[in-house]
Design a protein around this ligand. Structure first.
Ligand SMILES: [Zn+2]
Ligand SMILES: [Zn+2]
Ligand SMILES: [Zn+2]
Ligand SMILES: [Zn+2]
Length: 374
């Protein structure tokens, strides 16, 4: 059937967009996909602690970036399933093409489990702040970042912390005054550490192979000009690297060829994204990422197998558009990426209530890669 042939070419990608919502709708019992704020843990036992969430560069606790609720209908163990991504808040930790300041965990549960009703939650009952605090207390979560809180405040024993760092932050931010308060409920920590919180909603991408191919002719002048300037900057930089005026003709040709290929890849990326420019996530289980560059693309060996022995496959990629919502644009020194590709176990292997580490690959834009090269 002709329809089948068309389906093959149509996109298998679900796009993710951020939306404002009431924060109580983003609590664990609603199984949200979300950006920022505290993680809405799926399994409420064995929640990752500070040492499982430390930045591979500075060693301090990473901060929750986003989570994607992605059950797998083919496995009863994955009736509920969520993948969590964490990221260091410290800009100098974010080196070019390096995933070291990121952490990824997968959690999954059967429909019958210790934490949630068998039936879907009642979407119309708001939760109160007191209820949230109670839950944090019950599951021993850090009141600053929402991760496993191994330590309690030694004076009031009312709040828990994942680490000394977060205890110090909270003390300065107001716990000093609130510690030992009689009413038993302490105000929420006001530490400016978490990313702004959003709902993450998905919808299928409308795209067919070949779409947008001829569109470059109609591009506005400004974009063309910017591309040209980028091109010239790269060329100048390559000339500098090649030793100024002593450029060999073959070097120049090789550089030009490389740039043309690079332009093409970025052009593919841009054309695909332009139709839905606000997309912050592309969910495509078992698919291929939409790379922003031809450089620093992982080979099969670059993606480690799961500890169960099965290979990992792409699950989703985080787009650079998300940065616009994170309030990280402090002039130069800032958290940045071209794309973050998240790979998970093809079998989504069973780990009980444990949080299972998964793999992230970071790719930056090539133009900055060139200017940043030694
Ligand atoms: Zn760090
Ligand atoms: Zn913490
Ligand atoms: Zn205290
Ligand atoms: Zn596995």
């Amino acid at each position: 059937m002709a329809e089948g042939a068309r389906e093959e070419k149509a996109s298998s990608v679900d796009l993710g967009f951020v939306e404002e919502t009431d924060s109580w709708r983003l609590l664990s019992r609603f199984f949200p996909s979300k950006v920022g704020g505290k993680p809405a843990w799926l399994a409420l036992k064995s929640v990752p602690t500070a040492c499982e969430l430390d930045c591979g560069v500075c060693g301090k606790p990473t901060v929750f970036l986003l989570q994607v609720y992605s059950p797998r209908t083919d496995q009863t163990t994955c009736f509920h399933r969520t993948v969590f991504v964490f990221c260091c808040r410290n800009p100098p930790c974010h080196a070019r093409n390096s995933a070291t300041p990121f952490r990824v965990y997968r959690s999954q549960l059967p429909r019958q489990n210790d934490f949630y009703d068998f039936e879907p939650p009642d979407e119309d009952t708001p939760s109160s702040e007191a209820e949230v605090l109670q839950a944090e207390k019950e599951y021993n979560l850090c009141c600053v970042c929402g991760c496993g809180g191994a330590k309690a405040c030694s004076r009031c024993h009312q709040v828990r912390y994942c680490s000394k760092e977060h205890q110090v932050l909270d003390w300065r931010a107001g716990h000093k005054a609130a510690c030992g308060a009689e009413d038993g409920i302490l105000p929420m920590a006001r530490v400016q550490l978490l990313f702004p919180e959003f709902d993450l909603v998905t919808e299928p991408e409308e795209w067919e192979e070949g779409e947008g191919d001829g569109e470059d002719a109609g591009e506005d002048k400004e974009e063309k000009l910017r591309e040209y300037e980028d091109y010239m900057r790269q060329l100048r930089h390559n000339q500098d690297r090649a030793g100024g005026s002593d450029l060999q003709e073959k070097d120049l040709e090789a550089a030009a060829r490389q740039e043309t290929e690079e332009d093409q890849q970025f052009s593919v990326f841009r054309r695909r994204v332009r139709k839905e420019p606000e997309q912050v996530l592309r969910y495509d289980l078992g698919g291929a990422p939409l790379w922003v560059s031809r450089q620093h693309i992982p080979t099969a060996e670059d993606i480690p197998d799961c500890t169960c022995g099965a290979p990992r496959q792409l699950e989703f990629q985080v787009m650079p558009q998300l940065l616009n919502y994170l309030q990280v644009d402090s002039l130069k020194d800032s958290i940045d990426w071209g794309t973050l590709a998240v790979y998970t176990c093809v079998n989504s292997c069973e780990q009980g209530t444990a949080y299972h580490p998964e793999f992230l690959w970071k790719q930056d834009y090539s133009e900055t890669a060139l200017t940043g090269a030694p």
